[in-house]
Design a protein around this ligand. Structure first.
Ligand code: PLP
Length: 403
């Protein structure tokens, strides 16, 4: 009878997690049992102020790219999405000046590309060599340490050498020529970070023998934050696809990502994760603008506007942190904090009275510099004039502290 049936059911269910047992009394889950009411803030509309984003990123996004990101969503595995991803790949190959097949955009910010590069090419116990010319080298050294890698000089035979091309904390454009050849001689992969410099300062992935190159979406490309182009050459692929251990991250595993991006030669592109569809629309538009403008034109334009800004800053009596003009990063300018001023007060004044973001230093450059970035769409002489006027106003009105 019923009792036997229930006993049988109980026997089956004793092997299942107890939470689904129908023998437990069921609670009444009506609306009235909510203990957390709808938050008052959620009943107010979203408010986003207008800001001039003249710091080291993100930069203002032009209407055309915003509009691309606002297009209706399609599925991340629809054929039209694959077409858009193929276009993005072509756009990145142009921006990086590379023919590498293994070229994709990460679903994530610059840090995702940074970790993807290291997690996939380096195995625990191997050494990496990191050029610490600002905060980004420090950060990569920390990522490597977290993986239990040793990082040290030549005696460790590093499998990878990391260099930041556009060191946004220092405002430095690090020369790249020759380093790739040196790395090749030592059988070391050359990894370069161009998050803050791509589109603003020349980089030639293939010609400069860079094995892995990545950037971000939110600087000179002027897309919203959240996607990050990255490319691996044959040498890098050889290393990462013949490794003995699996990369520590499933999300960042290039054996999956290469399939998702149609780079592994297999006919089927399978589900790995749900890519940021709107972010990819916007990234495609930003790469299209760069292709229309032309890389050389973009580099020339950044240099001209940066030089205009530098002259204006010196006319205000300010000193540039990087003395040597050729080493200055055209996208992010570092100004030495003027004697006797409190840099926080200056930045707060400019935000309050000019709706303009500039920032202080980061990592090793904290308390040393104010950073002004004019990138991509923001890179215009009239914006340099606005930034100079805001700084001049702040210098007049932020009374010198007795430091
Ligand atoms: C040179 C450089 N590398 C890496 C990053 C990290 O990128 P994200 O903040 O997009 O993760 C930044 C961000 O400012 C950067 O300037």
């Amino acid at each position: 009878g019923m009792g036997a049936l229930l006993a049988q059911q109980a026997a089956v269910e004793s092997s299942l997690p107890p939470m689904i047992s129908p023998l437990q009394p069921r609670l009444d889950r009506s609306m009235s049992s909510l203990t957390i009411p709808p938050p008052a803030c959620m009943l107010r509309p979203l408010e986003v102020p207008f800001r001039y984003l003249f710091g080291p990123g993100p930069s203002n996004v032009p209407p055309r790219i915003l509009a691309a990101g606002a297009r209706p969503i399609i599925g991340h595995l629809h054929p039209e999405m694959y077409e858009i991803m193929n276009d993005i790949k072509k756009g990145i190959q142009y921006a990086f000046q590379t023919q590498n097949n293994m070229t994709i955009a990460m679903s994530g910010s610059g840090h995702a590309a940074m970790e993807c590069a290291i997690f996939n090419t380096v195995e625990p116990g191997e050494s990496v060599l990191v050029a610490v010319n600002g905060i980004w080298g420090e950060r990569v050294a920390e990522i490597a340490e977290r993986m239990g890698m040793l990082y040290a000089l030549a005696k460790h035979k590093p499998v990878l050498f990391f260099l930041t091309h556009g060191e946004s904390s220092a405002g430095l454009a690090h020369p790249v020529d020759g380093i790739g050849d040196l790395c090749r001689k030592h059988n070391t992969l050359f990894l370069v970070d161009t998050v803050a410099s791509l589109g603003a300062a020349p980089i030639f992935m293939d010609q400069q023998n860079i094995d892995i190159l990545y950037t971000g979406s939110q600087k000179a490309l002027n897309a919203p934050p959240g996607t990050a182009p990255i490319s691996f050459n044959e040498r890098a692929c050889q290393k990462m696809f013949t490794r003995k251990t699996k990369p520590v991250s499933y999300l960042l595993d290039m054996s999956h990502l290469s399939n998702y991006w149609g780079n592994d030669g297999k006919p089927a592109r399978l589900y790995h994760h749900t890519g940021p569809v709107s972010g990819f629309f916007a990234l495609r538009e930003s790469l299209a603008i760069l292709a229309e403008t032309g890389l050389e034109e973009s580099w020339k334009h950044h240099k001209e506007v940066a030089e205009y800004l530098w002259t204006g800053l010196e006319d205000l009596g300010l000193k540039l942190f990087i003395r040597e003009k050729d080493l200055r990063l055209p996208s992010v300018t570092t100004i030495a904090i003027p004697q006797g001023y409190n840099w926080r007060e200056i930045l707060q004044y400019i935000m309050k009275h000019h709706q303009m973001e500039m920032t202080g230093g980061l990592g090793p450059s904290i308390n040393m510099v104010i950073r002004v970035g004019l990138m991509g769409y923001n890179c215009q002489k009239r914006n340099a004039d606005l930034a100079l006027a805001a700084l001049a106003d702040a210098l007049r009105n932020c009374k010198k502290s007795k430091a």
